[in-house]
Write a protein that binds this ligand. Sequence first.
Ligand code: ZN
Length: 137
Amino acid sequence: GVPVRDVLVADASRRTKAVNAYVSGLGPTRRVVVYDTLLREATPAEVTSVVAHELGHAKDRDVWVGTLTGALGAAAAVVALYLIGSWAPLLRLAGVDSVAEPRAVPLLIALVTVVGLVAAPVQALVSRRVEARADAH
Ligand SMILES: [Zn+2]
């Protein structure tokens, strides 16, 4: 009951031994891609389970939501960087007049590191929930 346009087999064995599959595309271009390594290494029941998981992602529109979330997250990151990079007390603390100065690079690295440390558990939580939902499908 999950509409997909194509089921494709990727010639992944040329570059990896990993077994994998994924769903990609939006709307009528949706497709399930199965690695040839999965078809060769896994039992038919395991392949069925993996494909069912991927169809769960398609059913729940995870590609669409992930693409939109990623785009909005990138836009929010740019806005946040602009606002933080314009915050005078932080610039004074870093000893720079502008975030565009080369001397501001350590400040930018520190900001990206802190944001990454804070965001990683949230991203992991969301990802695990999405994967568990696809597993349940
Ligand atoms: Zn998944």
